[in-house]
Write a protein that binds this ligand. Structure first.
Ligand code: NI
Length: 222
């Protein structure tokens, strides 16, 4: 499942992040790309050892963790390998797949990828995130503060920026439940039981669905 989530970051958080990025040191994005992705990755990213990195990383992680759709649909165990990327005119990231395991020697798994848009879409041209699938391509260019969350198993690319600057935060989530089909079942059960609760309260149906949700989570989580 692909989710577009509005307003993950509030305007103050966006302003704080963008302001800090405007004064920070960026390096070539190839340093964190896999050997094949390096061939098509052409962007700049915030140096992880630079001063604002850990503060900015915390803001984005907390924003994702507090969002109810992320906790229900993605079931994060770990949000990791966060990058702040900058695409100037002519920069792009060609078709690639994200590494399955990151953060050597920890080997965090990438089950789900996310992009949090930080620039106002009217401030730059191009720079769409394109998801590639068997029935064609779909391009995303969201408002500043909104995020797209998608399976890390998908091929994707970033179109060349032709005007302005595209700033994004990207990162990966290791889910408690590795199988996307199992995550989908848990998400739907959770959605239904919450809907029953909001309509009728803590009924027997709610309790039975909660029990099934909990038992499947117990069975599938790792
Ligand atoms: Ni990618």
């Amino acid at each position: 499942m692909i989710f577009s989530i509005e307003n993950i970051l509030n305007p103050e958080e966006i302003e704080f992040i963008v302001e800090n990025l405007s004064q920070a040191n960026f390096v070539d994005g190839k340093v964190t790309a896999g050997w094949h992705a390096k061939l098509v990755k052409n962007n700049a990213q915030l140096e992880k050892t630079s001063k604002p990195y850990s503060d900015l990383e915390t803001i984005v992680k907390k924003a994702l963790e507090r969002h109810p759709l992320i906790s229900s649909a993605i079931l994060p165990k770990l949000i990791h390998s966060l990058l702040f990327s900058r695409y100037e005119i002519g920069m792009s990231y060609g078709t690639h797949t994200d590494n399955a395991l990151m953060g050597k020697p920890n080997y965090w798994r990438s089950d789900v990828s996310f992009t949090v848009f930080l620039s106002c879409p009217s401030s730059y041209s191009g720079g769409e995130l394109v998801m590639e699938s068997t029935d064609g391509d779909r391009a995303y260019k969201l408002e500043a503060g909104s995020a797209i969350v998608y399976p890390s198993s998908m091929l994707h690319r970033v179109e060349p920026v032709t005007e302005g600057v595209r700033l994004v935060a990207v990162g990966w989530i290791q889910s408690l439940v590795r199988d996307p089909a199992e995550r989908e079942i848990l998400f739907e059960l959770d959605t239904v039981r919450r809907s029953i609760f909001s309509k009728d309260g803590k009924t027997l149906e709610f309790d039975l669905l909660s029990k099934t949700h909990a038992n499947l989570l117990r069975k599938w989580s790792e």
